[in-house]
Design a protein around this ligand. Structure first.
Ligand code: RNT
Ligand code: ZN
Length: 418
Protein backbone atom coordinates (compact mmCIF):
# COMPACT_ATOMS: atom_id res chain seq x y z
CA UNK A 1 0.00 0.00 0.00
CA UNK A 2 1.39 3.40 -0.98
CA UNK A 3 1.69 6.28 1.45
CA UNK A 4 -1.32 8.10 0.02
CA UNK A 5 -3.51 5.07 0.51
CA UNK A 6 -2.15 4.42 4.02
CA UNK A 7 -2.91 7.98 5.08
CA UNK A 8 -6.33 7.68 3.46
CA UNK A 9 -7.16 4.47 5.35
CA UNK A 10 -6.37 6.18 8.67
CA UNK A 11 -8.40 9.24 7.71
CA UNK A 12 -11.31 7.06 6.68
CA UNK A 13 -11.28 5.39 10.11
CA UNK A 14 -11.20 8.74 11.83
CA UNK A 15 -14.20 9.97 9.81
CA UNK A 16 -16.03 6.71 10.54
CA UNK A 17 -15.61 7.43 14.28
CA UNK A 18 -17.37 10.72 13.61
CA UNK A 19 -20.15 8.88 11.78
CA UNK A 20 -19.10 9.90 8.28
CA UNK A 21 -18.97 7.59 5.25
CA UNK A 22 -15.99 8.79 3.21
CA UNK A 23 -16.62 6.51 0.21
CA UNK A 24 -20.18 7.82 -0.11
CA UNK A 25 -18.92 11.40 0.08
CA UNK A 26 -16.38 10.82 -2.70
CA UNK A 27 -18.98 9.12 -4.89
CA UNK A 28 -21.32 12.09 -4.44
CA UNK A 29 -18.67 14.63 -5.41
CA UNK A 30 -17.65 12.58 -8.44
CA UNK A 31 -21.13 13.14 -9.89
CA UNK A 32 -20.77 16.92 -9.92
CA UNK A 33 -19.77 18.57 -13.17
CA UNK A 34 -18.25 22.01 -12.85
CA UNK A 35 -18.51 24.26 -15.88
CA UNK A 36 -15.12 25.82 -16.61
CA UNK A 37 -15.46 29.27 -18.10
CA UNK A 38 -13.62 29.67 -21.40
CA UNK A 39 -13.03 33.36 -20.69
CA UNK A 40 -10.33 32.83 -18.04
CA UNK A 41 -8.22 31.41 -20.89
CA UNK A 42 -7.84 34.70 -22.77
CA UNK A 43 -9.01 37.52 -20.46
CA UNK A 44 -12.55 37.62 -21.94
CA UNK A 45 -11.14 38.49 -25.38
CA UNK A 46 -12.91 36.05 -27.68
CA UNK A 47 -12.21 35.46 -31.37
CA UNK A 48 -14.52 37.94 -33.00
CA UNK A 49 -11.83 40.58 -33.53
CA UNK A 50 -8.63 41.80 -31.90
CA UNK A 51 -10.26 44.42 -29.67
CA UNK A 52 -10.66 42.24 -26.58
CA UNK A 53 -12.83 43.12 -23.60
CA UNK A 54 -14.30 46.61 -23.85
CA UNK A 55 -16.82 47.84 -21.32
CA UNK A 56 -19.71 46.10 -19.67
CA UNK A 57 -18.61 46.98 -16.15
CA UNK A 58 -16.12 44.11 -16.10
CA UNK A 59 -12.39 44.35 -16.44
CA UNK A 60 -9.53 41.92 -16.75
CA UNK A 61 -6.17 43.30 -15.72
CA UNK A 62 -2.69 41.83 -16.05
CA UNK A 63 -0.36 40.89 -18.82
CA UNK A 64 0.84 37.40 -17.95
CA UNK A 65 2.39 36.01 -21.14
CA UNK A 66 1.07 33.08 -23.14
CA UNK A 67 -2.67 33.62 -23.31
CA UNK A 68 -4.62 31.65 -25.90
CA UNK A 69 -4.97 33.53 -29.20
CA UNK A 70 -6.98 31.05 -31.24
CA UNK A 71 -9.72 28.49 -30.58
CA UNK A 72 -7.17 25.68 -30.97
CA UNK A 73 -4.87 27.23 -28.37
CA UNK A 74 -7.77 27.76 -25.99
CA UNK A 75 -8.90 24.16 -26.42
CA UNK A 76 -5.38 22.87 -25.82
CA UNK A 77 -5.10 24.97 -22.65
CA UNK A 78 -8.48 23.79 -21.41
CA UNK A 79 -7.46 20.18 -22.00
CA UNK A 80 -4.33 20.78 -19.96
CA UNK A 81 -6.41 22.19 -17.12
CA UNK A 82 -8.85 19.25 -17.33
CA UNK A 83 -5.91 16.87 -16.96
CA UNK A 84 -5.03 18.50 -13.62
CA UNK A 85 -8.56 18.56 -12.18
CA UNK A 86 -10.18 15.43 -10.70
CA UNK A 87 -13.47 14.23 -12.23
CA UNK A 88 -15.41 15.02 -15.39
CA UNK A 89 -16.25 18.67 -15.94
CA UNK A 90 -17.89 20.87 -18.60
CA UNK A 91 -16.88 23.90 -20.67
CA UNK A 92 -18.68 27.22 -20.78
CA UNK A 93 -18.52 29.34 -23.95
CA UNK A 94 -19.43 32.94 -24.68
CA UNK A 95 -20.82 33.92 -28.08
CA UNK A 96 -17.64 35.86 -28.92
CA UNK A 97 -15.70 32.57 -28.98
CA UNK A 98 -17.13 31.72 -32.40
CA UNK A 99 -15.03 30.46 -35.32
CA UNK A 100 -15.82 32.85 -38.16
CA UNK A 101 -13.17 31.73 -40.64
CA UNK A 102 -11.70 35.23 -40.73
CA UNK A 103 -14.93 36.89 -41.96
CA UNK A 104 -16.89 39.40 -39.91
CA UNK A 105 -19.94 37.73 -38.42
CA UNK A 106 -21.86 40.16 -36.27
CA UNK A 107 -23.66 39.09 -33.10
CA UNK A 108 -27.02 39.03 -34.85
CA UNK A 109 -25.65 36.69 -37.52
CA UNK A 110 -24.13 33.83 -35.53
CA UNK A 111 -25.20 30.29 -36.36
CA UNK A 112 -24.57 26.81 -34.98
CA UNK A 113 -22.02 26.26 -37.77
CA UNK A 114 -19.73 28.86 -36.14
CA UNK A 115 -19.49 26.56 -33.13
CA UNK A 116 -19.13 23.22 -34.89
CA UNK A 117 -15.45 23.07 -33.92
CA UNK A 118 -16.39 23.35 -30.26
CA UNK A 119 -18.98 20.60 -30.56
CA UNK A 120 -16.49 18.28 -32.25
CA UNK A 121 -13.98 18.99 -29.49
CA UNK A 122 -16.57 18.47 -26.74
CA UNK A 123 -17.58 15.15 -28.31
CA UNK A 124 -13.98 13.99 -28.51
CA UNK A 125 -13.44 14.91 -24.87
CA UNK A 126 -16.87 13.62 -23.78
CA UNK A 127 -17.86 16.81 -22.05
CA UNK A 128 -20.95 19.01 -22.09
CA UNK A 129 -20.99 22.63 -23.27
CA UNK A 130 -22.71 25.65 -21.74
CA UNK A 131 -23.29 28.99 -23.40
CA UNK A 132 -23.65 32.76 -22.90
CA UNK A 133 -24.88 35.56 -25.13
CA UNK A 134 -22.28 38.36 -25.16
CA UNK A 135 -23.85 41.74 -24.40
CA UNK A 136 -20.57 43.63 -24.04
CA UNK A 137 -17.48 44.54 -26.15
CA UNK A 138 -19.62 45.84 -29.00
CA UNK A 139 -20.51 49.24 -30.48
CA UNK A 140 -24.19 48.66 -29.65
CA UNK A 141 -23.27 48.22 -25.99
CA UNK A 142 -21.33 51.48 -25.89
CA UNK A 143 -24.18 53.39 -24.19
CA UNK A 144 -24.14 50.90 -21.33
CA UNK A 145 -27.63 49.66 -22.24
CA UNK A 146 -28.46 46.69 -24.48
CA UNK A 147 -31.74 44.80 -24.05
CA UNK A 148 -33.07 47.79 -22.09
CA UNK A 149 -31.85 50.46 -24.51
CA UNK A 150 -34.45 53.15 -25.28
CA UNK A 151 -33.86 52.71 -29.04
CA UNK A 152 -35.86 49.85 -30.47
CA UNK A 153 -33.29 49.20 -33.19
CA UNK A 154 -30.62 48.47 -30.58
CA UNK A 155 -32.92 46.33 -28.44
CA UNK A 156 -33.91 44.35 -31.53
CA UNK A 157 -30.27 43.74 -32.42
CA UNK A 158 -29.62 42.25 -28.99
CA UNK A 159 -32.87 40.29 -28.96
CA UNK A 160 -31.81 38.70 -32.24
CA UNK A 161 -28.38 37.97 -30.78
CA UNK A 162 -29.83 36.18 -27.78
CA UNK A 163 -32.33 34.23 -29.89
CA UNK A 164 -29.45 32.98 -32.00
CA UNK A 165 -27.51 32.07 -28.88
CA UNK A 166 -30.38 29.92 -27.66
CA UNK A 167 -30.57 28.23 -31.05
CA UNK A 168 -26.86 27.45 -30.79
CA UNK A 169 -27.35 26.20 -27.23
CA UNK A 170 -30.10 23.90 -28.45
CA UNK A 171 -27.65 22.56 -31.03
CA UNK A 172 -25.10 21.94 -28.25
CA UNK A 173 -27.61 20.13 -26.06
CA UNK A 174 -28.90 18.02 -28.93
CA UNK A 175 -25.45 17.13 -30.27
CA UNK A 176 -23.91 16.31 -26.90
CA UNK A 177 -26.87 14.72 -25.12
CA UNK A 178 -26.45 17.01 -22.13
CA UNK A 179 -28.52 20.13 -21.48
CA UNK A 180 -26.68 23.33 -22.35
CA UNK A 181 -27.13 25.93 -19.63
CA UNK A 182 -27.45 29.40 -21.12
CA UNK A 183 -26.70 32.28 -18.81
CA UNK A 184 -28.25 35.60 -19.68
CA UNK A 185 -26.34 38.50 -18.18
CA UNK A 186 -26.75 42.05 -19.41
CA UNK A 187 -24.36 44.74 -18.22
CA UNK A 188 -27.13 47.36 -18.47
CA UNK A 189 -26.81 50.10 -15.92
CA UNK A 190 -25.92 53.72 -15.22
CA UNK A 191 -23.03 55.49 -13.58
CA UNK A 192 -25.10 58.09 -11.79
CA UNK A 193 -28.46 58.10 -10.08
CA UNK A 194 -31.25 57.75 -12.64
CA UNK A 195 -34.54 59.58 -12.53
CA UNK A 196 -36.38 56.68 -14.12
CA UNK A 197 -35.52 53.31 -12.63
CA UNK A 198 -38.65 51.67 -13.96
CA UNK A 199 -38.71 52.13 -17.74
CA UNK A 200 -35.39 50.35 -18.45
CA UNK A 201 -36.58 47.41 -16.33
CA UNK A 202 -39.85 47.26 -18.23
CA UNK A 203 -37.92 47.26 -21.49
CA UNK A 204 -35.57 44.53 -20.25
CA UNK A 205 -38.52 42.36 -19.25
CA UNK A 206 -40.21 42.94 -22.61
CA UNK A 207 -36.98 41.99 -24.44
CA UNK A 208 -36.64 38.81 -22.37
CA UNK A 209 -40.32 37.98 -23.01
CA UNK A 210 -39.63 38.07 -26.71
CA UNK A 211 -36.43 36.03 -26.38
CA UNK A 212 -38.08 33.31 -24.27
CA UNK A 213 -41.17 33.15 -26.45
CA UNK A 214 -39.12 30.67 -28.50
CA UNK A 215 -39.40 27.29 -26.77
CA UNK A 216 -36.81 24.51 -26.78
CA UNK A 217 -36.85 21.07 -25.14
CA UNK A 218 -35.66 21.09 -21.52
CA UNK A 219 -33.32 18.22 -22.22
CA UNK A 220 -31.39 20.46 -24.63
CA UNK A 221 -31.34 23.85 -22.99
CA UNK A 222 -31.93 25.62 -19.68
CA UNK A 223 -32.00 29.41 -19.31
CA UNK A 224 -30.62 31.26 -16.30
CA UNK A 225 -30.96 34.97 -15.52
CA UNK A 226 -28.06 36.64 -13.71
CA UNK A 227 -28.33 39.77 -11.58
CA UNK A 228 -25.67 42.21 -10.47
CA UNK A 229 -25.59 44.99 -7.93
CA UNK A 230 -22.97 47.23 -9.49
CA UNK A 231 -19.97 47.24 -11.79
CA UNK A 232 -17.25 49.60 -12.95
CA UNK A 233 -19.05 52.55 -14.52
CA UNK A 234 -22.45 51.27 -13.41
CA UNK A 235 -22.18 52.15 -9.75
CA UNK A 236 -25.60 53.72 -9.19
CA UNK A 237 -28.06 51.53 -11.01
CA UNK A 238 -28.21 48.16 -12.71
CA UNK A 239 -31.31 47.29 -14.68
CA UNK A 240 -31.11 43.56 -13.94
CA UNK A 241 -30.98 43.85 -10.17
CA UNK A 242 -31.42 40.85 -7.87
CA UNK A 243 -35.11 41.57 -7.31
CA UNK A 244 -35.65 41.95 -11.05
CA UNK A 245 -33.93 38.67 -11.91
CA UNK A 246 -35.41 36.63 -9.08
CA UNK A 247 -38.86 37.97 -9.85
CA UNK A 248 -38.48 37.31 -13.56
CA UNK A 249 -37.10 33.81 -13.01
CA UNK A 250 -39.93 32.83 -10.65
CA UNK A 251 -42.64 34.25 -12.86
CA UNK A 252 -41.27 32.63 -16.02
CA UNK A 253 -40.02 29.37 -14.59
CA UNK A 254 -36.39 30.02 -15.47
CA UNK A 255 -33.16 29.17 -13.71
CA UNK A 256 -31.93 31.80 -11.24
CA UNK A 257 -28.21 32.55 -11.56
CA UNK A 258 -26.43 33.64 -8.41
CA UNK A 259 -22.94 35.05 -8.86
CA UNK A 260 -20.92 35.09 -5.64
CA UNK A 261 -19.44 38.48 -6.50
CA UNK A 262 -22.65 40.31 -7.39
CA UNK A 263 -24.02 41.41 -4.04
CA UNK A 264 -23.11 43.82 -1.29
CA UNK A 265 -19.58 42.91 -0.14
CA UNK A 266 -20.79 41.53 3.20
CA UNK A 267 -23.56 39.46 1.63
CA UNK A 268 -22.82 35.82 0.79
CA UNK A 269 -24.84 33.83 -1.73
CA UNK A 270 -24.65 30.80 0.58
CA UNK A 271 -27.47 32.28 2.65
CA UNK A 272 -29.60 32.81 -0.45
CA UNK A 273 -29.58 29.25 -1.78
CA UNK A 274 -32.25 27.72 0.44
CA UNK A 275 -34.66 30.63 0.04
CA UNK A 276 -34.22 30.78 -3.71
CA UNK A 277 -34.54 27.00 -3.98
CA UNK A 278 -38.04 27.18 -2.54
CA UNK A 279 -39.30 29.36 -5.37
CA UNK A 280 -37.32 28.37 -8.46
CA UNK A 281 -36.79 24.81 -9.69
CA UNK A 282 -33.14 25.22 -10.56
CA UNK A 283 -30.18 27.41 -9.73
CA UNK A 284 -27.03 28.27 -11.64
CA UNK A 285 -24.06 29.31 -9.56
CA UNK A 286 -21.34 31.58 -10.85
CA UNK A 287 -18.73 30.77 -8.30
CA UNK A 288 -16.41 33.70 -8.11
CA UNK A 289 -14.58 35.75 -5.47
CA UNK A 290 -15.33 39.37 -4.89
CA UNK A 291 -12.50 41.58 -3.67
CA UNK A 292 -13.58 45.14 -2.81
CA UNK A 293 -15.06 46.51 -6.05
CA UNK A 294 -14.09 43.54 -8.21
CA UNK A 295 -16.34 40.53 -8.47
CA UNK A 296 -14.06 38.21 -10.41
CA UNK A 297 -10.93 37.09 -8.57
CA UNK A 298 -9.79 33.46 -8.80
CA UNK A 299 -11.81 31.18 -6.55
CA UNK A 300 -9.97 29.94 -3.47
CA UNK A 301 -11.01 27.68 -0.62
CA UNK A 302 -12.08 30.47 1.70
CA UNK A 303 -14.98 30.84 4.11
CA UNK A 304 -17.36 31.89 1.38
CA UNK A 305 -16.49 28.93 -0.83
CA UNK A 306 -16.85 26.62 2.18
CA UNK A 307 -20.24 28.08 3.05
CA UNK A 308 -21.57 27.71 -0.50
CA UNK A 309 -20.46 24.06 -0.64
CA UNK A 310 -21.91 23.31 2.81
CA UNK A 311 -25.29 24.77 1.91
CA UNK A 312 -25.42 22.73 -1.30
CA UNK A 313 -24.57 19.51 0.55
CA UNK A 314 -26.62 20.07 3.69
CA UNK A 315 -29.76 20.83 1.72
CA UNK A 316 -29.35 18.37 -1.14
CA UNK A 317 -29.38 21.19 -3.63
CA UNK A 318 -26.85 19.74 -6.05
CA UNK A 319 -29.49 17.77 -7.93
CA UNK A 320 -30.99 21.05 -9.12
CA UNK A 321 -28.00 23.35 -9.14
CA UNK A 322 -25.72 23.95 -12.11
CA UNK A 323 -22.23 24.76 -10.91
CA UNK A 324 -20.16 27.16 -13.02
CA UNK A 325 -17.07 29.24 -12.36
CA UNK A 326 -16.76 32.90 -13.26
CA UNK A 327 -13.53 34.82 -12.78
CA UNK A 328 -10.73 36.23 -14.89
CA UNK A 329 -7.29 37.24 -13.77
CA UNK A 330 -4.68 38.20 -16.37
CA UNK A 331 -1.82 38.37 -13.88
CA UNK A 332 -1.57 34.57 -13.58
CA UNK A 333 -0.82 31.66 -15.82
CA UNK A 334 -4.32 31.05 -17.14
CA UNK A 335 -4.19 27.25 -17.10
CA UNK A 336 -3.12 27.49 -13.46
CA UNK A 337 -5.92 29.98 -12.73
CA UNK A 338 -8.52 27.47 -14.01
CA UNK A 339 -6.86 24.68 -12.10
CA UNK A 340 -6.57 26.53 -8.79
CA UNK A 341 -10.19 27.69 -8.84
CA UNK A 342 -11.66 24.37 -9.90
CA UNK A 343 -9.56 22.28 -7.53
CA UNK A 344 -10.56 24.63 -4.71
CA UNK A 345 -14.24 24.36 -5.58
CA UNK A 346 -14.01 20.54 -5.60
CA UNK A 347 -12.07 20.57 -2.32
CA UNK A 348 -14.80 22.65 -0.74
CA UNK A 349 -17.49 20.27 -2.03
CA UNK A 350 -15.64 17.19 -0.84
CA UNK A 351 -14.94 18.67 2.56
CA UNK A 352 -18.59 19.71 2.90
CA UNK A 353 -19.66 16.17 2.00
CA UNK A 354 -17.69 14.94 5.03
CA UNK A 355 -19.87 16.55 7.69
CA UNK A 356 -21.58 14.34 10.30
CA UNK A 357 -24.88 15.94 9.37
CA UNK A 358 -27.20 13.81 11.48
CA UNK A 359 -25.23 14.54 14.63
CA UNK A 360 -25.04 18.26 13.88
CA UNK A 361 -28.75 18.46 13.11
CA UNK A 362 -29.66 16.62 16.31
CA UNK A 363 -27.60 19.05 18.38
CA UNK A 364 -29.28 21.99 16.70
CA UNK A 365 -32.74 20.55 17.25
CA UNK A 366 -31.88 20.13 20.95
CA UNK A 367 -30.73 23.75 21.17
CA UNK A 368 -27.32 22.41 22.19
CA UNK A 369 -25.47 25.24 20.50
CA UNK A 370 -22.37 24.77 22.65
CA UNK A 371 -21.78 21.27 21.41
CA UNK A 372 -22.70 22.23 17.84
CA UNK A 373 -20.07 24.96 17.84
CA UNK A 374 -17.49 22.73 19.54
CA UNK A 375 -17.99 19.93 17.00
CA UNK A 376 -17.99 22.25 13.98
CA UNK A 377 -14.68 23.72 15.10
CA UNK A 378 -13.11 20.30 15.77
CA UNK A 379 -14.18 19.16 12.30
CA UNK A 380 -12.01 21.84 10.76
CA UNK A 381 -8.92 19.87 11.76
CA UNK A 382 -10.25 16.43 10.82
CA UNK A 383 -7.89 14.69 8.33
CA UNK A 384 -9.37 16.03 5.12
CA UNK A 385 -6.02 16.32 3.32
CA UNK A 386 -5.45 12.56 2.94
CA UNK A 387 -8.99 12.11 1.60
CA UNK A 388 -8.44 14.84 -0.99
CA UNK A 389 -5.10 13.33 -2.02
CA UNK A 390 -6.66 9.92 -2.42
CA UNK A 391 -9.55 11.41 -4.40
CA UNK A 392 -7.05 12.97 -6.83
CA UNK A 393 -5.08 9.73 -7.11
CA UNK A 394 -8.23 7.72 -7.77
CA UNK A 395 -9.13 10.19 -10.52
CA UNK A 396 -5.68 9.90 -12.09
CA UNK A 397 -4.69 13.53 -11.62
CA UNK A 398 -1.66 14.92 -9.79
CA UNK A 399 -1.77 14.72 -6.00
CA UNK A 400 -1.17 17.82 -3.89
CA UNK A 401 1.29 20.37 -5.26
CA UNK A 402 2.47 17.97 -8.01
CA UNK A 403 0.25 19.66 -10.61
CA UNK A 404 2.32 22.83 -10.27
CA UNK A 405 5.31 21.29 -12.05
CA UNK A 406 2.96 20.13 -14.81
CA UNK A 407 1.59 23.55 -15.59
CA UNK A 408 5.15 24.96 -15.45
CA UNK A 409 6.26 22.42 -18.01
CA UNK A 410 3.28 23.25 -20.22
CA UNK A 411 4.10 26.94 -19.92
CA UNK A 412 7.66 26.24 -20.97
CA UNK A 413 6.80 23.91 -23.85
CA UNK A 414 3.66 25.59 -25.19
CA UNK A 415 2.49 28.88 -23.75
CA UNK A 416 5.83 30.69 -23.68
CA UNK A 417 6.24 30.09 -27.41
CA UNK A 418 3.15 32.09 -28.33
C1 RNT B 1 -20.31 39.82 -15.06
C2 RNT B 1 -21.06 38.53 -14.94
C3 RNT B 1 -20.97 37.63 -16.13
C4 RNT B 1 -19.60 37.64 -16.79
C5 RNT B 1 -19.42 36.60 -17.87
C6 RNT B 1 -18.21 36.87 -18.67
O1 RNT B 1 -20.27 40.53 -13.90
O2 RNT B 1 -20.66 37.85 -13.80
O3 RNT B 1 -21.38 36.36 -15.79
O4 RNT B 1 -18.58 37.52 -15.86
O5 RNT B 1 -20.56 36.51 -18.62
ZN1 ZN C 1 -21.21 35.89 -13.44
Amino acid sequence: MGKIEQAYELAKERYAELGVDVEAAMAKVNQIEISLHCWQGDDVGGFENAAGLTGGGILSTGNYPGKARTPDELRADAEKAFSLIPGKQRFNLHAIYLENGGKKVDRDEIEPEHFQGWVDWAKANQIGLDFNPTFFSHEYAADGLTLSHPKKQIRDFWIEHDKRCRKIANFFGESLGSPCVVNHWTPDGLKDTPVDRLAPRQRLAASYDEIFSVKYPRENIRDGIESKLFGIGVESYTVGSHEFCMGYAIKNNLVLTLDAGHFHPTECISDKLTSASMFVDELLLHVSRGVRWDSDHVVIWNDQMRAIAEELMRNNLLERTFFALDYFDGTLNRVAAWTIGTRCAIKALLCAALEPLDALRALENDFNFTKRLALLEELKSAPFGPVWDYYCEKNNVPVGEKWIAEYEQYEKDVQSKR
